[in-house]
Unconditional design. Structure first.
Length: 588
């Protein structure tokens, strides 16, 4: 069904598919969603690009988009709108993000021509040690076991990072940003199809008494689509945060409840009141690089997103991508080879820059990326890339191949003054740690650390240490044209595949000239330095034969991206939202 629909949409876009006999007969083994990590799929809804003249907001949920739009209409900035939307996502897309988690915000101030990156990544409690996720024999715990425990919870950063961004770029009063969500939490909202589906698919959510009471009906069934869900506990938290600021969350009885919940699990997390009270968001230098005529800017470490998106683009730049057909064997080949190189480096080098020295600039320097690109052969897959060594960098780490189980959300905004935000917000896996406190869920971001701290006696850059931030894949991205004018804001959830989703969309818009909705809707593909992965149910499955002939091991994956993007065109703003989730764009 999906395949049929996709083929039709892309045929309308004028793409012609070449299908060899070998490809038609090639057998692909679908990989179950649970094994490859995506937040479960809940359907595919075709979408058309939205256009507007003055402002635009794109989020993963209609209520959140409306909350952001309400702020923009009231004269709010892009940051104001993003904050209001992020708070609403906690209510209406609770499985993905919220104040129990963290976020990265990349923002552009059009007046100052300034770029800022704000880091609200969760932090390990001070007591966290390298063996946190090892069993009695020193072996890493199964990921699911690690997630559903107090040990997976990091000190939340979302409210602190929104406070920091609001202090710098907010125009509306802080309290106003919470109004739409308090209203809806008290009045109730209809359970969406996606929320219903993810509750239904979750095997352990009901084990938490608060989550059971909230997400299931009296008979113990997942709340039905359309059921009215009210969250007075969450509304009460927001009322206090709106009035008193984030201190109401980080100090006092809410913090006490968080610490008690984390430490009251069968596997306690050791999170103290000092850990929570001491959390600070950080401002970091935005990481930018050139791609053809454009400047592409993203999140520096502790995210690997900025580095790896630039690394993929740098590896692709040698190839005339505008002449490569989307959804062709050649496109998937080049894209997955570029991904192998980028993921090898990010797996090896990236950790919290407050703890490890990440050679971020060297990893995205044009000379280095040229040398990486030279490893791509048009006629055969490299199968597996080793990390490279940029000039002047010494290898000090053991390799690390952790990948995250995703559940996250992305917000893109452009306001009437031309300010832009790209914000990715997360509680890590779907429903985070499954620990619910006062109407919101706590993250499981600690499982984004390497579960094993060392290999063969060498430390892993992303090993767990007290007070450290785990490496992220989130890639909130802003693009500027040759004249320095804002061109695009984009980002996505999707665990370790985020880098591939975002790069696909950038290539779709910048090289293939697609509108941003078409680029978002293109089938997902790529390699995370293992198999070459193509989106299950898309026509890319038919490329399995020709790809195998180039030496690729091919897997079909349920690739539930959640891309949201806005592009500035001479005719105005054009926005797109991911057909794989409940994304929604509004503008004026
Ligand atoms: N925890 C992941 C990260 O920070 C994000 C998970 C997701 O996107 O779903 O990279």
């Amino acid at each position: 069904m999906r395949l049929h629909t996709r083929a039709r949409v892309l045929a309308q876009l004028g793409f012609v598919f070449f299908m060899s006999q070998a490809a038609v007969h090639a057998q692909l083994q679908p990989v179950p969603a649970q094994d490859v990590a995506p937040e479960p799929s809940s359907g595919y809804t075709e979408k058309k690009a939205v256009t507007a003249k003055k402002f635009m907001i794109a989020t993963a949920n209609p209520h959140a988009t409306r909350a952001g739009q309400e702020m923009l209409k009231a004269g709010g900035s892009a940051v104001d709108a993003a904050i209001a939307a992020a708070v609403m996502l906690n209510l209406t897309e609770p499985q993905s993000s919220g104040i129990g988690g963290g976020a990265f915000i990349v923002s552009y101030d059009a007046g100052q021509k300034a770029l800022n990156a704000y880091d609200g990544r969760e932090k390990a409690p001070a007591s966290a040690k390298g063996d946190r996720f090892l069993d009695a024999k020193g072996k890493p715990l199964p990921l699911r076991e690690a997630i559903n425990s107090g040990k997976s919870v990091g000190v939340p950063g979302l409210l602190r990072v929104m406070e920091l961004a609001h202090q710098k770029h907010g125009k509306l009063p802080w309290a106003k940003l919470f109004e739409p969500t308090i209203r809806l939490a008290e009045n109730g909202f209809a359970v969406s199809e996606r929320l219903h589906t993810v509750i239904k698919l979750d095997k352990t959510l009901r084990a938490n008494a608060n989550a059971r009471a909230y997400f299931y009906d009296a008979a113990g069934e997942p709340l039905a689509v359309g059921a009215t869900l009210k969250n007075p506990d969450f509304a009460a938290v927001l009322r206090r945060v709106a009035k008193e600021g984030p201190d109401a969350f980080y100090k006092g009885e809410i913090a006490r409840d968080i610490s008690a919940a984390v430490n009251g699990q069968a596997q306690p997390g050791g999170m103290t009141l000092q850990d929570i009270a001491g959390y600070q968001a950080r401002e970091r230098a935005v990481l930018c690089g050139a791609y053809r005529a454009y400047k592409v800017c993203g999140m520096p470490p502790p995210s690997s997103g900025g580095i790896a998106v630039l690394a993929m683009l740098g590896a692709l730049e040698r190839f005339p991508m505008s002449g490569v057909r989307p959804n062709s064997t050649e496109a998937v080949h080049l894209f997955s080879e570029a991904g192998r190189l980028a993921y090898a480096d990010r797996d090896y080098y990236v950790g919290d820059p407050d703890f490890v020295n990440v050679p971020a600039t060297a990893l995205v320097s044009p000379e280095y990326l040229k040398s990486r690109s030279a490893l791509i052969r048009p006629d055969v897959s490299m199968k597996r890339a080793a990390p490279g060594v940029p000039a002047g960098v010494k290898l000090a780490w053991a390799p690390d191949e952790e990948s995250e189980i995703p559940a996250t959300s992305h917000i893109s905004v452009i306001d009437p003054a031309g300010n832009a935000v790209s914000m990715t917000t997360t509680i890590e896996a779907v429903f985070g740690s499954h620990i619910m406190v006062r109407g919101f869920l706590l993250n499981n971001q600690m499982t984004d650390f390497a579960l094993a701290p060392e290999e063969n006696g060498l430390p892993v850059a992303n090993r767990i240490e007290g007070g450290k931030r785990p490496r992220s894949t989130m890639s909130p991205t802003l693009v500027f044209d040759a004249d320095g004018k804002l061109k695009m804001t984009v980002g996505s959830p999707g665990g370790s595949a985020i880098i591939n989703y975002v790069t696909k969309t950038l290539v779709g818009v910048l090289d293939w000239g697609l509108d941003v909705q078409q680029a978002i809707s293109l089938p997902n593909m790529g390699s995370r330095n293992r198999a070459t992965e193509v989106e299950l149910g898309s026509e890319l499955e038919k490329l399995s034969g020709p790809l195998k002939a180039l030496g690729h091991e091919v897997q079909a994956i349920e690739f539930t991206s959640g891309l949201q993007g806005i592009v500035v065109t001479p005719q105005g703003l054009v926005g797109g939202a991911d057909p794989r989730r409940e994304g929604f764009v509004l503008g004026e």
